[in-house]
Ligand binder design. Structure first.
Ligand code: BYC
Length: 365
């Protein structure tokens, strides 16, 4: 089996190759061998341009999902039914902001900048997860998001801890630990409602009915329509296909729904002894592609809120940059001003209108 030392030698040999095409081929061979040996690719390693751009695309989309994902839940902070629930929800939403920051930092190691990525998001040139274009209509939606959306996220993200790109894989370790807490708080919240009054039980069931199918869509299109899966799996960015992870998620959720005392809204859901998995009904992929095109219930609202939060945070970014500049002038160590405060600050959700989380689009009434 190849070792890191063997790759270092191969890299040194590649460095010494005079002809540029031969040098690129040698670097490529080193890269391929490192991926095959399950080694991590690090920021200063040579990597194919397409590997770099695939990572920037996926990590940026992931980071954007984290910060846009703050909106539907933040909408409920002021209306949480108790101080305990409010404190938990605030901590969770704050965690999502943190996840965004780790992920933007991971993307920056690939030679892009947070400003550039946010600019692409704000101009519709990069995506965020389809799931955050659905409204949070009742308090039970906070539970359904925790149980189903964070549950789907963990199922998708645990394998990403073994992603071939080091900074992304390492960011995912911490994110997954926090997501696990998020999933449990959602489960516990839904359990309390499910065991509460008939009205509370009904509210929990209604939330699960609305979030189940969009949660299954989070895993991306079916394998035969997934443009990037084959290459991303060959590069070990993704370790499993979209359909594999979706199936794993369904199998996890069925017994959990039973212990919650809630139904999953799929009459075709049943155990298939032969496959050793649950069969489930057809997903409405037309709805998924419509949401991606911007026609989901809340796309316009999410983007408007995001742009507004960014504009309103300008003074924070300016103040942080000025402070960092002042520190740099006053200090001999140049490293102190190296953008440590970057474009952080008052990004993220700040729902001012509690009623703001209403559908505005067409795909789902
Ligand atoms: N939504 O070839 P495919 C969270 C796009 S945040 C929107 O299969 P890939 C949380 C895809 O980008 C969790 N777009 O793509 C936060 C591609 O379009 P482009 C977010 C989607 O990349 C706050 C096209 O469809 N998690 O947990 O191989 C509060 C074809 O797809 C979606 C991540 O981002 C979608 N659902 O696989 C609470 C995980 N699915 O780019 C919770 C990291 C697909 O060619 N990302 N598209 O224009 C991934 O694992 C992969 O990117 C995906 C898609 C599995 C999502």
């Amino acid at each position: 089996m190849a070792t890191a030392a063997a790759h270092q030698t191969a890299r040194a040999e590649a460095d010494g190759t005079a002809d540029e095409a031969a040098r690129t081929a040698a670097y490529e061979a080193v890269f391929d061998a490192a991926v095959a040996a399950d080694e991590r690719i690090e920021p200063r390693d040579w990597m194919p341009d397409a590997y770099r751009s695939t990572l920037v695309r996926q990590i940026a989309q992931h980071a954007h999902s984290e910060i846009i994902g703050m909106q539907p839940e933040a909408n409920w902070i002021t209306r949480a039914p108790s101080l305990r629930r409010k404190a938990i929800l605030m901590a969770k939403v704050q965690d999502e902001a943190g996840h965004g920051l780790y992920l933007y930092s991971a993307a920056e190691t690939l030679g892009t900048s947070r400003d550039e990525l946010l600019d692409k998001l704000h101009h519709g040139r990069q995506k965020y997860s389809s799931i955050f274009n659905y409204p949070t209509l009742t308090w039970a939606d906070v539970g359904a998001i925790g149980w189903l959306v964070d549950g789907a996220a963990i199922t998708n993200q645990v394998p990403l801890c073994r992603c071939s790109y080091g900074p992304y894989a390492r960011a995912m370790v911490r994110i997954c630990k926090e997501e696990s807490f998020h999933q449990r708080q959602g489960y516990e919240l839904l359990l309390a409602l499910s065991r509460g009054t008939p009205e509370q039980h009904e509210m929990a069931q209604d939330a699960v009915n609305r979030w189940w199918w969009p949660s299954l869509m989070m895993f991306g299109p079916p394998d035969d329509e997934s443009a990037h899966s084959a290459q991303s799996m060959a590069w070990k960015i993704k370790r499993h296909s979209n359909d594999e992870l979706r199936q794993r998620f369904v199998d996890i959720c069925v017994p959990q729904a039973e212990s919650l005392g809630l139904r999953l809204p799929d009459p075709e859901l049943r155990w298939n002894e032969e496959r050793g998995h649950h069969d489930f009904g057809a997903i409405d992929w037309t709805e998924f592609w419509e949401v991606l095109k911007g026609n989901g219930p809340c796309n316009e609202q999410r983007m408007a809120q995001r742009r507004q939060a960014h504009e309103e945070g300008a003074w924070v970014r300016e103040a942080a940059a000025a402070y960092a500049g002042k520190q740099a002038t006053g200090a001999s160590g140049a490293g102190r001003a190296s953008g440590a405060y970057g474009a952080s600050g008052a990004d993220g959700a700040s729902e001012t209108d509690e009623q703001a989380d209403q559908p505005t689009g067409k795909a789902r009434a």
